[in-house]
Design a binder for this molecule. Structure first.
Ligand code: GAP
Length: 433
């Protein structure tokens, strides 16, 4: 399948099946903002839960946090965002559109051919005002990254969990950036969801832990089922590192529009804690077992959920040629597929089949996200569920009434097996661990 064609198919599937809708669509949309539909919200929630489980709950040394989107504006002075979170832009003097310098090929406006201004630094943070008066004194920002909330609560967490180094604090939440260049569907958004871990380590051990997190995070994507050939590391050259970073390596995915950043792993050194200590006047040092006080270094794996959604949809989308028609299947890892099981009565007009199928459906629903489907013939129902990424389909037929077994059909292999109703939960559970 041609790469660009694949992207168009994903956009269309997302709209048709309710994964992603353009935000405010009835008013013509709003660039860089997307809503997640009934299947999309399940997929997104499953990705977040899997990240939380693997990065927080199954680790002894990591705890979670949920901080506010708006912080005291001094936070962004200390973090360096007020000064440095900028894109160099040039504005067209005729149509007033703005363009990123690195994306301009000529010395004129790519849209209308007009003359361009000199390069200006444009801050990507969204501004808002606290209270009723729209005055500079009340200006605040929507956070462009979630990690500052973690640094702000560093001492609170030290006081409550008394951790030893290394230890981590994780957060999932919305981030906002007034991006100038959009496109590529949900890849670059103005509102998106971030999953960030700040891993605090002894200075001097930072390089070792950096390498550890590179391996861990790459393994995470491979475990989710992304093909090794579509993933690679990209080492940022020293001269283009963010203002806080000693080293940054991206995990890149081979998107249809080229290799691009999926996740960034940065060695933020002691930059953030030191600066917050300086700007707030508070002691934000860690005290070790010997009573020595110092600023730990921070290793940060950071990723946007929307980019994982896009990568998984692209990775899972398949068109398989059948005898009569093309089977579209979304081969998602069952751990994150939006719907785990769909239950069908073989015939929609047989009350005894419907009664039995409904009982199974209601029972499975208490453990897994389960769908009910009795529209059209079985073949049509399979196609519908395959396209939605549903991992298994159960058909209740006349044998079920006699022997209390059902047919379970696997989305990827299309293999069918008979399973006893009372063994169904165990059967799915073991595949979802
Ligand atoms: N705290 C570190 C940080 O914010 P970043 O590389 O600017 O680093 C981290 O962002 C991750 O957030 C990226 O790897 C990407 O997955 C995601 N991300 C960044 N900007 C995004 C945007 N405009 N739309 C969607 N995801 C974005």
């Amino acid at each position: 399948m041609a790469e660009q064609n694949l992207m168009e198919k994903i956009v269309s599937l997302c709209k048709r099946r309710g994964f992603v809708f353009p935000s405010s669509e009835i008013y013509g949309g709003i660039g860089g903002f997307w809503d997640f539909g009934p299947l999309g919200v399940e997929l997104k929630n499953n990705i977040k839960s899997w990240w939380w489980k693997t990065m927080v709950q199954t680790r002894d040394e990591v705890v979670g946090l949920d901080t506010t989107i708006i912080h005291n504006p001094k936070v962004w002075e200390a973090s360096g965002h007020t000064l440095s979170f900028t894109d160099p832009l040039r504005e067209c003097k005729s149509c007033h559109k703005r363009f990123r310098v690195d994306q301009l090929e000529k010395d004129q406006c790519p849209e209308c051919g007009g003359k361009l201004t000199e390069v200006k630094q444009f801050n990507l943070m969204f501004e808002t005002f606290i209270g009723s008066a729209k005055e500079t004194a009340n200006k605040a920002y929507l956070r462009p990254e979630t990690c500052q909330g973690i640094f702000l609560n560093f001492v609170n967490v030290l006081d409550t969990v008394q951790p030893k180094l290394p230890f981590g604090i994780a957060q999932i939440g919305k981030g906002f950036r007034n991006e100038v260049t959009l496109g590529n569907f949900i890849f670059r958004d103005r509102e998106f969801e971030m999953m960030e871990l700040e891993y605090f380590v002894k200075p001097g051990e930072d390089e070792k832990w950096f390498d550890y997190w590179l391996k861990e995070r790459m393994k995470w994507y491979l475990d989710l089922g992304i093909d090794k050939k579509n993933l690679r590391f990209f080492e940022h050259p020293k001269k283009s590192l963010a203002h806080y970073s000693k080293r940054t390596v991206d995990i890149e995915y081979k998107f249809p529009f080229g290799w691009a950043e999926l996740e960034g792993i940065a060695n933020r050194t002691d930059f953030d804690l030191k600066n917050h200590a300086k700007f707030s006047g508070k002691d934000l040092r860690f005290q070790d077992e010997k009573g020595e006080k110092f600023f730990p270094y921070v290793i940060e794996p950071s990723v946007g959920v929307e980019r994982i959604v896009l990568a998984l949809l692209l990775e899972g989308y398949q068109e398989q040629k059948g005898k009569e028609e093309i089977r579209v299947v979304l081969s998602l890892n069952p751990k994150i597929s939006p719907v785990k099981v769909a239950v069908f009565p073989l015939l929609a007009n047989k009350p005894e089949l419907i009664k039995m199928a409904k009982e199974i459906y209601q029972d499975l629903k208490t453990c897994f996200n389960t769908a009910w489907d009795d529209i059209g013939n079985i073949g049509k129902r399979y196609r519908r569920q395959d396209e939605a990424g549903t991992s298994w389909c159960i058909t209740v037929d006349f044998d079920t009434l006699k022997d209390k077994t059902v047919t379970v059909r696997d989305r990827d292999t299309m293999k069918q097996e008979r399973i006893a109703i009372d063994k169904l939960k165990d059967f799915f559970q073991t595949k979802l661990i």
